[in-house]
Design a protein around this ligand. Structure first.
Ligand code: SF4
Ligand code: SF4
Length: 254
């Protein structure tokens, strides 16, 4: 018969064993995720934490392809602000439950990738000290412009300013997205390509239908005109109406 609440004591015993053991065996340290650091040392100061993307994207990193942390803004191949996907529609800002996104729309419009000119975010901030990683901003974005990053090391000695991610901190390339979430990024790219192809096919079909309708209209007009001309050619020529001179001649008995 098991003792009521025995599981709690068992759990506490494991905690106690690890707590005491951690003084003698570094394998028991709770911050074991930093074991992938090349020097195998725990960071002592904020400046020692891994900050480079390459280090965070190392094969031995503990972050999996399915993890997510905070949002990032996607840009396509080229200069980040020349190819940023965000058009500053502010839907994500409105839908974010804790209201931690702040966007200012640009005054002018910018052309991207041959598409028609659109607004862009002059300011795009996310306060990650408030963000709850719910991904609602990602779900509502109609332009596939915002997705979740998996960069987990955001520790900073600046509690307020350091946790306010600015537009240029948030900008990441689609290649980076493929590195951290390969399946999700490939599925998203495929959907975008399919939607684009369907839109182009629809546009082409509409143009062809319009062209056919214009040809049919021109043909009908030409037929109606030809019919009208044929009818007028069949009618006998009418005698010309008497002129004023003719009438005068009749009066004079000529
Ligand atoms: S993940 Fe959620 S909380 Fe964070 S910015 Fe997006 S909508 Fe807001
Ligand atoms: S990230 Fe998407 S939803 Fe948010 S402002 Fe940009 S385009 Fe709009």
């Amino acid at each position: 018969m098991s003792l009521l609440g025995g599981g709690i004591f068992k759990g506490m015993a494991v905690t106690l064993r690890n707590f005491v053991g951690s003084y003698f065996d570094k394998e028991r340290l709770t911050t074991k995720e930093y074991a992938w650091r090349t020097d195998d040392k725990l960071p002592e100061r904020a400046g020692d934490y891994p900050k480079e993307e390459a280090e965070q994207l190392s094969d031995t990193t503990t972050v999996t392809h399915y993890s997510r942390n905070f949002p990032m803004l996607l840009h396509d191949e080229g200069e980040p602000m020349d190819t940023v996907r965000c058009v500053a529609c502010q839907i994500c800002e409105r839908e974010c439950p804790p209201q931690c996104i702040y966007i200012e729309k640009s005054k002018d419009k910018m052309e991207r990738g041959g598409n028609k000119a659109q607004f862009y975010p002059a300011t795009f901030d996310i306060d990650v000290s408030v963000c709850m990683s719910c991904q609602i901003c990602v779900e509502v974005c109609p332009f596939d412009a915002i997705v979740m990053n998996s960069q987990f090391e955001l520790s900073t000695p600046d509690r307020f300013g350091g946790l306010l991610l600015r537009r240029d901190d948030l900008l990441k390339s689609n290649d980076y997205y493929h590195k951290i979430h390969p399946e999700e990024a490939a599925a998203r790219d495929k959907r975008i390509a399919d939607e684009k192809a369907a839109k182009e096919a629809k546009k082409k079909a509409a143009e062809e239908a319009k062209k056919k309708a214009a040809e049919a209209k021109a043909k009908a007009e030409a037929e109606a005109k030809a019919k009208e001309e044929a009818e007028s050619a069949e009618k006998p020529a009418e005698a010309p109406a008497p002129t004023h001179t003719d009438a005068k001649k009749e009066d004079n008995g000529e």
